[in-house]
Design a protein around this ligand. Structure first.
Ligand SMILES: *Cc1c(COP(=O)(O)O)cnc(C)c1O
Length: 349
């Protein structure tokens, strides 16, 4: 009755190990929906991998991981003065990210011996210091001898294999700032880029923060299935659904588990949505001409259409007559975005 994530445990763990072994200084990232696995499970796996630091997205997520993992906890969202008192409760395990000068003094006023990383702005333009502000931060830190500077962070865009010129520019700023650290925390660098960076800046320790490539890097180890809950034969003109639509032709309304509450169907999976292909389909009297939208459910090797938008926990699909109708209770494959899906069950073999 559920939307289930089934994990080939041996294969998944082998992949995690191989990433950990080939990535010195790896910092696993556990945030949001825990990449489909849940942050608690990722915390235990990070412990098992022997990582000395785990990154979470927000202060609120610390509670989900802190009892399941005993190393340092890097919070990726920068500290702000409106963070609640509980969030800045001095904890020796928490490493704060600081991205503005006023927050640097604010944090050090709240906790003079805070552990922190300074975030340098990148072409992402999300958070971070300019080169000049980074030098000013060094001046501020010089007057706070108890502060524990743990490094400088760069959050780079996803573009693969084109980061090195940007990294070089940012590293120049780090060196020029004269900060009392030789650690840089980075995201989204390829293994090759990391190697180049390590050899160019031999006196620096590089800490790659990785989520997707670690937890979801071997998709073959993962399988998502829904259950067929019901099947109703319809003839053209039969009324069905919340909106009283009529079937555009003979077929089967198939009710499957998984709906908006799981994150199903909020976005049509990528496919050929060009005007030309739409026009061809309308000319052929295709079902999408009847306003049906592609669903992420696959039956008989074909991605099927929603008979209407997904419901809270179930979805209605339309199978045209002639298509093989699966049995009630049978599992069907679903293609999902792992970072946006809530599974009812996760089964790890
Ligand atoms: C989410 C995040 C990461 C990890 O990103 P993935 O694409 O999942 O590997 C790294 N750094 C920061 C700042 C992040 O927010």
């Amino acid at each position: 009755m559920s939307l289930t994530l089934t994990v080939d445990g041996d294969r998944w763990r082998k992949h995690l190990r191989s990433i950990a072994e080939s990535t010195p200084g790896l910092v696993p990232v556990a945030k949001g929906n825990g990449y489909g696995f849940g942050n608690g499970r990722l915390a235990r796996k990070s412990q098992w991998l022997g990582a000395d630091t785990l990154a979470v997205g927000t202060y609120d997520e610390l509670d989900q991981v802190s009892s399941r993992y005993d190393g340092s906890l890097l919070v990726l969202t920068p500290w702000r003065p409106f963070s609640t008192v509980a969030e800045v409760e001095p904890s020796d395990r928490v490493i704060h990210t600081v991205s503005r000068l006023e927050d640097l003094t604010g944090l050090l006023t709240a906790d003079p011996s805070a552990r922190l990383v300074l975030e340098r702005m990148t072409t992402m333009l999300r958070h971070g210091f300019t080169a000049r502000e980074l030098r000013a931060a060094a001046t501020v830190l010089a007057t706070h001898p108890r502060a524990r500077l743990e490094g400088v962070a760069f959050h780079l865009p996803l573009a693969q294999g084109e980061h090195l010129t940007e990294v070089e520019r940012l590293m120049t700023d780090v060196v020029a700032a004269g900060l009392d650290t030789r650690t840089v925390w980075v995201s989204h660098l390829t293994a090759k880029e990391l190697d180049t960076m390590r050899s160019s800046y031999g006196d620096f320790t590089v800490r790659p923060r990785i989520g997707t490539g670690l937890w979801l890097g071997d998709r073959g180890a993962l399988k998502v299935t829904a259950t067929v809950l019901d099947a109703h034969q319809v003839v053209r003109g039969d009324v069905y659904g919340y909106r009283g639509r009529t079937a555009p032709r003979n077929g089967t309304i198939l009710v499957v588990s998984g709906g908006s509450a799981h994150g199903i169907g909020l976005e049509a999976p990528t496919g050929d949505q060009s005007l030309r292909s739409r026009a061809a389909s309308i000319a052929k009297g295709g079902l999408d001409a009847a306003g049906f939208v592609r669903s992420p459910y696959s039956i008989g090797g074909k991605q099927r259409l929603f008979a209407e938008p997904p419901h809270m926990q179930a979805s209605m699909l339309f199978l045209p007559s002639g298509a093989q109708v699966p049995q009630i209770g049978e599992s069907v494959d679903v293609r999902v975005r792992y970072t946006a899906t809530t599974f009812d069950r996760t089964v790890i073999s």
